[in-house]
Write a protein that binds this ligand. Structure first.
Ligand SMILES: [Zn+2]
Length: 328
């Protein structure tokens, strides 16, 4: 009897602890992507009621994770293009740093949540592009809120990406925190597939441009994850994804100097063949791997947010890269 009683108490207590520690697990991430990429959300085209529903869902998770609104903001939403019937929305959550000597600096974790909508009867669900990255940012909000990193973290889900990086461009012209204090942007793009490149690995755009790539590769080696440079260099993704809005904040053509925040996109995409196709559906992704990526990435971001040194730009033969706080 006594034994049974303890067993029951154990069953009641243990699962809730393990769920909290492993949050989000593969089933949870699968549920998230399946919602964002559901037929009901009609491909999350900008300016539609369905993407508005997605924005409310993201804000709800930011609240559940314990994120604050960005300093000075009255909600999780940053709206722009008000001439549209339904304005576009970036969704922004803020986690204040736990170390008073570092908390004025911050890391931006981002992903676009818009997609390309419908064409006649065809729904473009956008599971990998980019319900996967959006779920990664949501998952990192839960994990980092528990890890309590020293530097502050700004979590942003972009709209308008599919129309030309509109959300990230709007944000960097109307930032909620001084861009001078941003030390890094990690932007997640298409992180749901493993068929092309294998499990437990990701690649980084613009690997040669800053000290981020060697730092992540070293941390990856420690936990058995392969961190690679972007294998698809022809696509110029470093300059074409939302991270690019942070890279080029100010340009001095005379001195060939670009002032910006070290900013890179992270992906697992391996040319799986669903890009902007109706076949980009939730049932095609590897959720065990995606949940593991969120866990590994949470630890990596936590370390980057706690270490005294920050990520630096690297020069190259063609132009200079400098942090925005050195702008002239
Ligand atoms: Zn896309």
């Amino acid at each position: 009897m006594t034994k049974n009683k303890f067993l029951i108490i154990g069953l009641l207590v243990l699962p809730s602890i393990s769920i909290a520690e492993s949050m989000p697990d593969a089933d949870t991430v699968s549920e998230w992507v399946s919602f964002l990429a559901s037929d009901e959300l009609q491909g999350r085209a900008n300016g539609t009621p369905s993407i508005r529903e997605a924005s409310e869902w993201i804000a709800g998770h930011f609240a559940d994770a314990g994120l604050a609104h960005a300093p000075g903001a009255g909600s999780y939403f940053q709206e722009y293009m008000p001439e549209k019937k339904i304005p576009y929305r970036n969704v922004i959550g803020y986690l204040s740093g736990s170390d008073p000597s570092l908390a004025n600096e911050y890391i931006v974790l981002s992903a676009h949540y818009d997609h390309i909508g419908v064409d006649g009867l065809k729904i473009f669900n956008g599971a990998d592009d980019n319900a996967s990255g959006t779920s990664t940012v949501v998952g990192l909000a839960y994990r980092l809120a528990k890890l309590k990193p020293g530097r502050s973290i700004l979590f942003i889900a972009w709209s308008g990406e599919e129309e030309g990086l509109l959300g990230s461009r709007h944000y960097t012209t109307q930032p909620m925190l001084p861009l001078e204090d941003a030390v890094l942007n990690l932007n997640f793009e298409m992180v749901g597939h493993t068929e092309g490149n294998g499990k437990h690995q990701f690649w980084v755009t613009g690997a040669e441009h800053s000290t981020l790539f060697p730092a992540l590769r070293k941390m990856g080696d420690e936990v058995g994850w392969k961190v690679a440079p972007n294998p698809f260099t022809d696509l110029q993704l470093f300059w074409r994804s939302d991270n690019a809005s942070f890279v080029q904040l100010q340009v001095n053509e005379a001195t060939r100097t670009i002032y910006g925040v070290p900013a890179h996109s992270i992906s697992t995409w391996g040319q799986e063949g669903h890009y902007h196709a109706p076949s980009d559906t939730a049932d095609t992704l590897d959720y065990e791997n995606l949940a593991a990526l969120i866990e590994v990435m949470g630890d990596m971001v936590n370390r980057l947010a706690n270490q005294p040194d920050t990520i630096d730009w690297k020069d190259n033969p063609n132009f200079h890269l400098r942090h925005y706080d050195e702008k002239q």
